[in-house]
Design a protein around this ligand. Structure first.
Ligand code: NAD
Ligand code: WQD
Length: 344
């Protein structure tokens, strides 16, 4: 009997890749998504990849009644992976109440519904943003949580606390908090990938849109940081490797292997890569020359952060496997496919 998993935000970037990996591992998946930042045809493309069409409910996690109906319509949901959220850091500064409502109330709704419907565990999409600029690198799960630089980052910190407090109050559920570093790339089939609305805020979609000619030039936001080449350093992790971490975490919860009712794992490669190094790696791995310039620093940017993934490697039994070059090639193939399909 396939175990049933609810994936909120499952037509989104990371969610869609995770649905594929869940299906590849024999799970029965139900997607809930309000399509505020994704398209319904992602369900078709997931089916093309796995041969299995996931159930899809066009529901807003803020709509408690509609969300409860999903649990009634699909009985026996054992676990939830909660991706659904608004995630644009800059937008969160302009529209904090939208972010606090969407990201916090959607989680509260799920936490209330879980014990009512026998759901055993939840995996929460957290972010390395909770660490701010770490005092020591690479950053471990024991690093202190720093004051959030944005309402978006604050919602991640608050949500982690809400989960801990809910479980501490006696809720019979378990949780794994996955703190992602910088997910990039696309599925090897180029059928699913990152589809940013409007002008991309993140580096890789802006870079590939520049490489294909949609954007005229990529601006490197500062080369006067205290790093070897002056540009910021991040831990860029292949989205499929990240997706696989969720399957491993769900196995851990449902197989009763957790050592605590709430566990936290840093999901990164453990390798810091600068913006300039990434640009050169893109050019070398795709053969495409990139038009870029050095510009001013971007307000709020962390200078350098990358993960110590030892705990996830040893305890969770997960490790990032894909090279930066293969990851960047997948991002480029996806951008080419978008042009071929007239989407971008
Ligand atoms: P995404 O925007 O592609 O996916 C989020 C999905 O959730 C979208 O499909 C959107 O339509 C849906 N959604 C939003 N609000 C909803 C609601 N109220 N009800 C139902 N569906 C809703 O983003 P992503 O990059 O896949 O990120 C997924 C999760 O991972 C988010 O929680 C994000 O904060 C977190 N995260 C992302 C990154 C990153 O760099 N992409 C890094 C760290 C953490
Ligand atoms: C990466 C690097 C930029 C664009 C953000 C959120 C984080 C998470 C991941 C949700 C930085 C530089 C970028 C450009 C550039 N999202 N850059 N030119 O800022 O590390 O993290 O996305 O959880 O919470 O903060 O990712 O891709 O925006 O930037 O030079 O046009 O690329 O300065 O050093 P970031 P990013």
């Amino acid at each position: 009997m396939k175990e049933r998993i609810l994936v909120t935000g499952g037509t989104g970037y990371i969610g869609s890749h995770t649905v594929v990996e869940l299906q590849n591992n024999g799970y029965d998946v139900v997607i809930v998504d309000n399509l505020s930042n994704s398209r319904a045809d992602v369900v078709d493309n997931i089916e093309k990849i796995t041969g299995i069409r996931p159930a899809f409910e066009h529901v807003d996690c803020l709509d408690y009644a509609a969300l409860e109906n999903v649990f009634t319509k699909y009985p026996g949901i054992k676990g939830i992976i909660h991706f659904a959220a608004s995630k644009a850091v800059g937008e969160s500064v302009q529209k904090p109440l939208l972010y606090y409502r969407n990201n916090i109330v959607s989680l509260i709704n799920l936490l209330e519904l879980m014990p009512r419907h026998g759901v055993e565990g939840i995996i929460f999409s957290s972010s390395c943003t909770v660490y701010g600029q770490p005092d020591h690198l690479p950053v471990t799960e024991e690093a202190p949580i720093k004051k959030a630089e944005s309402p978006y980052g604050n919602t991640k910190q608050i949500n982690e606390e809400i989960i801990r407090d809910t479980i501490a109050s006696g809720s019979p559920i378990h949780a794994i908090l996955l703190r992602y570093f910088n997910p990039i790339g696309a599925h090897p089939t180029a059928l699913i990938g990152e589809l940013p609305n409007g002008v991309p805020q993140n580096l890789i979609p802006y870079l590939t849109q520049t490489a294909i000619g949609i954007r005229e030039k990529l601006t490197v936001f500062g080369d006067d940081y205290n790093t070897p080449d002056g540009s910021c350093i991040r831990d860029y992790i292949y989205v499929v490797d990240l997706a696989k971490a969720h399957v491993t975490a769900m196995h851990r919860i449902l197989d009763g292997k957790q050592k605590d009712t709430v566990e936290v794992f840093n999901i990164g490669t453990g390798k810091g890569v600068s913006v300039l190094e990434l640009i050169h790696a893109f050019e070398a791995s795709t053969g495409v020359k990139l038009n870029y310039q050095i510009g001013k620093r971007r307000a709020g940017d962390i200078e350098q952060v990358w993960a110590d993934p030892t705990y996830a490697n040893n305890e969770l039994g997960w490790k990032a496997e894909t090279s930066l070059e293969d990851t960047l090639r997948s991002a480029w193939e996806w951008q080419l496919k978008l042009r071929e399909n007239g989407i971008q």
